[in-house]
Ligand binder design. Sequence first.
Ligand code: ARG
Length: 593
Amino acid sequence: MIKLLQRMETELAQAFEGAGYDAELARVTVSNRPDLCEYQCNGAMAGAKRYHKAPIQIAQDVAARLAHSPVFDKAEAVKPGFINLDVSGTFLAGFLAEMGTMEKLGVETAASPRKIILDYGGPNVAKPLHVGHLRSAIIGESIKRLCRYLGHTVIGDIHLGDWGLQMGLIITELHKRKPELVYFDPAYEGEYPQEAPFTIGELEEIYPCASARSKEDEEYRQEALAATHEMQQGRRGYIALWKQILQVSVEDLHKNYEKLDVSFDLWKGESDVQSYIPDMVRSMREQGFAYEDQGALVVDVREEEDTKEVPPCMLLKSDGAALYTTTDLATILERMKLYDPDEILYVVDKRQELHFIQVFRCARRTGLVKPETDLRFLGFGTMNGKDGKPFKTREGGVMRLENLIRDIEDEMYTKIVENRSVKDTDARGTAQVVGLAAIKYGDLSNQATKDYIFDVDRFTSFEGNTGPYILYTIVRIKSILTRFSEEHPDAKPAACSPAQILPPVSESEKALMLSLAGFAPAVENACEERAPHRLCAYIYEVSNALNSFYHETRILAEEDSGRQASYIALLLLTRKVLETGIDLLGFSAPDRM
Ligand code: ARG
């Protein structure tokens, strides 16, 4: 489907050409004087020099040719040479009728669909999920849905941190607590027990305890480092323990992500690519990329244009141990081998930017990726508390994700109960749905790269640019539609087709129609830029337009049945636009709230 703006440009191009001017001048933009017109074209200004004419004259020539245009109600030349444009209501109604019947509401499938590996989530096994993990999950999930909607193939990989020091710490602490376990007996050759020697609750207590102790007790830290090393070298008992830590922890992660309505296609982790490392490193050495520097093995990744120092990419420490960087390089190698993607997109904290610059450059230089494979880093900012500092609990600790979600749900529950006149047993269920929207929209409506303030009061408000406000708008539409079917048992609202949409009779109705027509460009642009906040801004605009229309229009009391059917069809289309939009953002609306 051709976009509204493009249709206007095509119409305008004909007028420019017909009047003897270059069609290229026919660029249409949203008016910067909405009090005067809806759209404008400044092409006459641009053409003045070329045609040695006053811009107003060109504008008049063009406007004259648009006097009977089916696309515009108004095409007016104004000084010094603007062309002010209003879309024809009839044309607009026809446009929405067409859009409404299309499966994706006019969104065009990407001309060259890509295979994208999306690296997001990135939780660390055995450590509780905390607020720092929220953004990656929320932003990644929305980008995944957006890209799929446009026809790209997206493979979402959680990329677990499952091979690091936290494993050694847990092993060490467990050893202190239960030295009798067979896992610690180097002479043991039998099978290890099926069942883990800890529950998730215990595991969550063990890790912070071990981590705290390692910071105070150097000897303990050394033990944990040694245990990590032994595990990485494949010590049987430790590998068996590692598997159990992984299993117990992943089961818990599944639950947590499910609650967030975030899912992954691959549950791979750092451990999965360790076997690639020796060969990869050898090859980088043989090809002359990797060299020894003070005992460590490094690859230079500086570039001439660098204004800031980019240190060499370290592959192996002097003790031969691989690093975070090495693992990420091996992961790229595996992804190329198994999936051959067109793009790998990382949704990770922006404080890791340098790491990714090094990894990407090293991967390119050493030929791990094809020249045409895109490596993209979407670094997101920090989620801060109201004091502008990284979000903490009241006690000053790192906020666990579950607790954050619970707090928001409680707050939503209170507001929903206050808001209702009748008691509803399902207020809890509704609070969950709305709470998730509050969190996700609160996050996504900010440009990802920026830090933002997580403000519980604001995010849970039913007013303003918030998730609950968007849901409230959808619920409002649903309730009008319900009332309509109650009053007209014979005329099912769903039977009102987009073809019944009539030209608008009020400004607020036209504004709503114009904003609906912007769905496809908004979605395509949000996907193209990997920027869900653009979709949020669009959805907010539609919600505002709907609410103004609602306040100014007597929909259910309308006596002209054709006009009423048109309103209902418009509401149905608005609902579809909003519901599709929030689904692309990763949440949904309740039936009432
Ligand atoms: N586990 C890492 C962390 O918590 C994030 C992983 C990001 N992805 C990656 N491929 N490095 O910081």
